[in-house]
Design a protein around this ligand. Sequence first.
Ligand SMILES: NC(=O)c1ccc[n+]([C@@H]2O[C@H](COP(=O)([O-])OP(=O)(O)OC[C@H]3O[C@@H](n4cnc5c(N)ncnc54)[C@H](OP(=O)(O)O)[C@@H]3O)[C@@H](O)[C@H]2O)c1
Length: 486
Amino acid sequence: MCIYGRTHSSGKVSPDQLLFLSKPFSRMSHNSVNQTSSPAPKFYDAIILGASGFTGKYVVREALKFLNAPNSPLKSLALAGRSPGRLAEALKWAVGADSPRNIPLLTADTTDPDSLSRLAAQTKVILNCVGPFRLYGQAVVSACVDAGCDYIDISGEPEFMERMEALYHEKAVEKGSLVISACGFDSVPAEMGLLFHSRQWAGPSAPNRVEAYLSLESDKKIVGNFGTYESAVLGVANADKLVEFRRSRPKRARPAIPGPAPPKGSLIEHHQQLGLWALKLPSADSVVVRRTLATLTENPHGLPGVNETADDLKKREAFWSSVKPAHFGVKLGSKSLLGLFPYIMLGIFIGLLCRIALGRRLLLKYPSFFSLGGFRKEGPSEEEVASATFKMWFVGHGFSDASLASKGNKKPDTEVVTRVAGPEIGYLATPIILIQCALVVLSKRGSLPKGGVFTPGIVFGPTDLQERLQENGISFDFISKNALSA
Ligand SMILES: NC(=O)c1ccc[n+]([C@@H]2O[C@H](COP(=O)([O-])OP(=O)(O)OC[C@H]3O[C@@H](n4cnc5c(N)ncnc54)[C@H](OP(=O)(O)O)[C@@H]3O)[C@@H](O)[C@H]2O)c1
C-alpha cells in the first residue's frame, strides 16, 4: 500500500500530494492521503533535517523505531529538507514494509534563514544530517541558537565544530540552546569508548596513553557515500585555515596525565596482540576527545545540569571523579598490510590533489577511482551496509600506581584493553548513535547544561547514553589487564 497517495508514472511523488507545512504551526490543507483529521502538532520533539540524504534516510528509519514506542520520549517527529518529493521517497524507504507512518514533511533550505528559523521555532531538537557541514552547517546552528532550540549533528569536521564553538558558545549559553556536533560514528565511539576505558583503571592505577585501533570488517566491499568523501576532501583542502584559526584562539587547559608524553611513533605499525596492521588516522576523533578533556580540566566535576536533581549531581560528580584522562590517538587497522593500501593511496591522492582547484575538481568528480572503490557517488548498497561491522580496540598503557610516575621518568608497567563494537559505521552505527543522543536530550534535559556548544563526551558521559547504545547493538567490553615487563 502506498502511503503517499497517487504517484506519477515515474513513481515519484509530487510535492502537492504531501503533508507539507511551510509555515510554523500551519495546518495542512492538501488532499494528501497522509492527511489526518487531527491538527498538525504545534511542537515537535525532533526534526530530522537532511532526511532525504543518504545518511538521513537511515536516520529516519532508526527514529521510527522509537516514535511513540513505550517509554520513548519521542512522541512527535517531522522530516525537513529542500525537496518534499525526495523527503517522501526517503520516508517511504524508511517505512519499508511496515505500516504507513504519518510524518509531517517540512521545507527548509540552508540558504534560506527564515525557513531554518521556522524549523527551530517548532521543535525541541534538530538532528542535522546536511553536510558537508563547512558549507551548510552554520546557518542551522545560528537558527537553533537564536531560537533557544537544541541542535545535534553527525559532523566529523573539526574546523566546523571549532568555529561553531568560537562563534556561538556564549550566545547558546544565554539562549539555552545545547549545540552538540559529532553525535555519529565521529566521534561518540571514541569519546564514550575512552571514558569507558579510563574508568577501568581502578584505585591508584592510571593510564598514560590510549591508542584506539579501528578495524572495519565485512564479507562484502566496505563503501562510503560521496557526502563523507566530499567532507573529507574539503577538510584536507582547508587544513591550513584550521591551523590559522586555532592559532587565533586562546589556549585551552590541558589535563594532568601521569608520565611523560608518548613518543610520536611510526606511521604504520603491526600490533601483534590484535593481529592488525595499523595506520595513523587523521580523523576528528582525537581532536574531539582533546576538546572534551580540555572542558573537563576546566570543569573537574563536569557541566551542571540546568535543572538537575540532587541525584543527578551526585551521579555526575561520581562519574567524572572516576575518569582518568590520557593521551589519545586513533589508528586504522587491517588484518593484512595490503588491506591498508587503498587508504594509503586515498591519503596520497587527497594530499597531493586537494590543494589545487583542478585537483579538487578531479577528486570530487571521480571518487570511486581515487578511493579505489571505497567511496561511490551512489553510496553502498543495502547489502553492503548490512554486512559491515566495526571494532574499535582501546589499548591503554599506564601505571599500576600513578604517584610513581611523578617520581622519575618511569615506563608504563600496565596495559588495559577494552573494545567498542557495532554495526557498519556510516549508515547503521551513526543513526543509532544520533537517535540515542536525541533521546537522551529529550528524556534528560534537566540534567544537561542549560546551553552552549559542547562535545558529546562532556555532555553525555554521565548520562545513560552508553547503556542505550549497548541496548541498541553497540557494545562496550573490558578485554584484559596485564602487567608489562620492564
Ligand atoms: N559522523 C559520521 O560518522 C558520519 C556518517 C555518515 C555521514 N556523515 C556526514 O553527514 C553528511 C551527509 O552525508 P551523506 O552521505 O548523507 O550526504 P548526502 O547523501 O549528499 O546528503 C546530504 C543531504 O543534505 C541536503 N542538503 C544539501 N544542501 C542543502 C541545503 N542547501 N539545504 C538543505 N538541505 C541540503 C540534501 O538534500 P537534497 O535531497 O535536497 O539534495 C541531503 O538531504 C556528510 O557531511 C558526512 O560526512 C557523518
